[in-house]
Design a binder for this molecule. Structure first.
Ligand SMILES: Cc1cc2nc3c(=O)[nH]c(=O)nc-3n(C[C@H](O)[C@H](O)[C@H](O)COP(=O)(O)O)c2cc1C
Length: 218
């Protein structure tokens, strides 16, 4: 049996582009494999308590016998999050751009995972594991656009998933998702629709390559 871990960080359920593209990706993987378990963590709908990270970080520097109840509880949370990643064969992260930066809920989740000893600096716990980052942005940030360089989320997410954790990362990006509801973006609506369709196609194609890889490894 194969397993997928999927994280969603969109703060909305209805109309979410990252959830829709991740649904396409997840469904295509599930359809292509015989038996698949999907473990989901929705930090957009149920964010982690923001105080867990600080408590867990200092708990790691406290001798085990001296840890407070709160420190033990915080480390139990980070162990549970880390277990979900370690157990999965494929990881899917569906995370939008918010306020030109990374979703605070995704950042908190990543920070808390980092307090588990399996994710200490230099660890290779997830090295080479296939993973997908599905992201969406309301505007456009391509070369030559007025907001080029203003997306401070995608680069950071690539850095921590690819370079810090060593995941074999495939990134599926959709831009202009606010075109339909923003009058000033009316002329970009066709382009937005085309980009969204491309992202769903990319999700289906990427699913095929990852299921081939899983079958070969089985
Ligand atoms: C609170 C909030 C802040 C946002 N900030 C930005 C932003 O800085 N730049 C941008 O291009 N889009 C921004 N957006 C638009 C989202 O990136 C876009 O709607 C994206 O599709 C959200 O992901 P979802 O469709 O999965 O919910 C923001 C949306 C919300 C709700």
């Amino acid at each position: 049996m194969s397993s997928i871990f999927r994280l969603d960080a969109s703060i909305r359920q209805d109309g979410s582009v990252t959830r829709a593209v991740a649904d396409t990706l997840e469904a295509a993987i599930v359809e292509d494999l015989d038996r698949v378990e999907v473990v989901r963590r929705d930090v957009g709908a149920t964010p982690l308590d923001g105080t867990v990270w600080g408590t867990a970080a200092f708990a790691g520097w406290t001798p085990e016998d001296d840890r407070s109840e709160a420190q033990r509880a915080a480390l139990a949370v980070s162990a549970e999050l880390a277990d979900e990643l370690v157990a999965a064969d494929v990881l899917i992260f569906a995370v939008p751009l918010y306020n030109f930066g990374v979703s605070q809920h995704f950042k908190t989740w990543w920070d808390v995972v980092g307090t588990d000893p399996r994710f200490a600096p230099g660890s290779t716990t997830l090295a080479g594991k296939p993973a997908f980052l599905v992201t969406a942005r309301g505007g456009g940030y391509g070369p030559g656009t007025p907001r080029e360089g203003w997306d401070h989320a995608t680069g950071w997410m690539r850095r921590v998933l690819e370079d810090v954790w060593g995941l074999d990362l495939d990134v599926i990006e959709t831009e202009l998702t606010l075109a339909d509801v923003t009058p000033a973006m009316a002329e970009l609506r066709d382009l937005a629709r085309a980009q969204l369709a491309e992202s769903h196609d990319a999700a289906r194609n990427s699913a095929r390559s990852v299921t081939l890889r899983l079958r070969r490894a089985a």
